[in-house]
Design a protein around this ligand. Structure first.
Ligand code: G3H
Ligand code: 13P
Ligand code: NA
Ligand code: ZN
Length: 328
């Protein structure tokens, strides 16, 4: 059944688990997520970005998610819009039937320019008023996503601040977070704690000082009733990087957020964990490997099946690690 994010995350908070929110663009990703959820008895958050809408087209994307609800009626599914850049964008998603939207007012409508606090409060508050009237949940964002190691926002063509970020911009302030939640009434808050979008988060395996776990604790202590969201949460599996590079890829050395660090965050109020890059890496690795070993094969279903299996296994691992499994 289609559920709101508030419903799902309230349950997650009560029972102390986290829910991965996987980005979806195509049938293979959707199948991978649902098969994994079915296998592990997990509730689902699927999210669509503006880029996804451009790729698949809004009606296809919408019906892809609705098809998942129809085929797996026993699994709660949140249909979430990732990184909405204006109240108007969020309104359109609500009209399309999304049960949750993100109003990312930390960046301007271009998805690149950091905004001031008053702007963020204004657009987020207006979105919440509109969404709550329709029973739709809202995620806001305070602070700018950026790697505490490199100062880069990552993700050049998608959502991400242009240019280098300062240390302060990359860490959400707990007092400001409390004021923001009080003024906007968001259901969930994405916080900046040192992660960035995409595969290039860290040049060396990250340690405690790069991922700001203490910041999560301080924010959770200040706003214990707000569900925290961690963006840029791909772990960048080294085994998939190796497979991609073994079969013709050229991805330089890079590291993501270790699953154990995310699990630590979940102990301190993180309820929604955004993951896109890991499924992209697994999909590409599986397809490269299959095509290299089956050079006369040309039926796309053969290699796309490999991609579904690879993505499904990542989803299963995250559902199990985050404690989502068994809660559908
Ligand atoms: O926010 C970033 C997500 O990974 C979505 O990426 O804009 O390329 O679809 P995208
Ligand atoms: P990754 O690029 O780390 O997968 O993050 C995805 C994300 O935050 C989508 O909003
Ligand atoms: Na989001
Ligand atoms: Zn994000």
């Amino acid at each position: 059944a289609l559920v709101s994010m508030r419903q799902l995350l309230d349950h997650a908070a009560e029972f102390g688990y986290g829910v991965p929110a996987f980005n979806v663009n195509n049938l293979e990703q959707m199948r991978a997520i649902m098969e994994a959820a079915d296998k592990t008895d997990s509730p689902v958050i699927v999210q669509a970005s503006a880029g996804a809408r451009k790729y698949a087209g809004a009606p296809f994307l919408r019906h892809l998610i609705l098809a998942a609800v129809e085929e797996f009626p026993h699994i709660p599914v949140v249909m979430h819009q990732d990184h909405g850049t204006s109240p108007a964008v969020c309104q359109r998603s609500i009209q399309l039937g999304f049960s949750s939207v993100m109003m990312d007012g930390s960046l301007g409508e271009d998805g690149k320019t950091p905004t001031d606090y008053e702007y963020n409060v204004d657009v987020t508050r207006r979105t919440v008023e509109m969404a709550h009237a329709c029973g739709v949940s809202v995620e806001g964002e305070l602070g700018c996503l950026g790697s505490l190691e490199t100062g880069e926002a990552g993700e050049e063509d998608g959502i991400g601040a242009a240019g280098k970020l300062t240390h302060d911009q990359m860490l959400t302030d707990p007092e400001e977070a409390a004021d923001f939640v009080q003024k906007t009434k968001v259901d969930a808050l994405a916080i900046a704690i040192g992660t960035s979008h995409g595969a290039y988060k860290f040049t060396r395996p990250p340690t405690g000082d790069i991922l700001a776990i203490d910041q999560i604790k301080a924010i959770h202590q200040r706003i214990p009733d707000t569900h925290l969201v961690m963006h840029g949460s791909s772990s960048v599996p080294q085994e998939w990087l190796a497979i991609i590079n073994e079969f013709g890829g050229e991805i330089p050395e890079t590291y993501g957020v270790p699953v154990e660090e995310i699990v630590e965050g979940i102990k301190h109020g993180v309820r929604k964990v955004n993951i896109d890059t890991d499924l992209r890496l697994a999909s590409t690795g599986a397809i490269r490997r299959f095509l290299a070993g089956n050079t006369a094969e040309f039926d796309p279903r053969k290699y796309l099946k490999e991609s579904v299996t690879a993505m499904r296994d990542i989803c299963i691992a995250r559902y199990e690690a985050f404690g989502t499994a068994g809660n559908a």
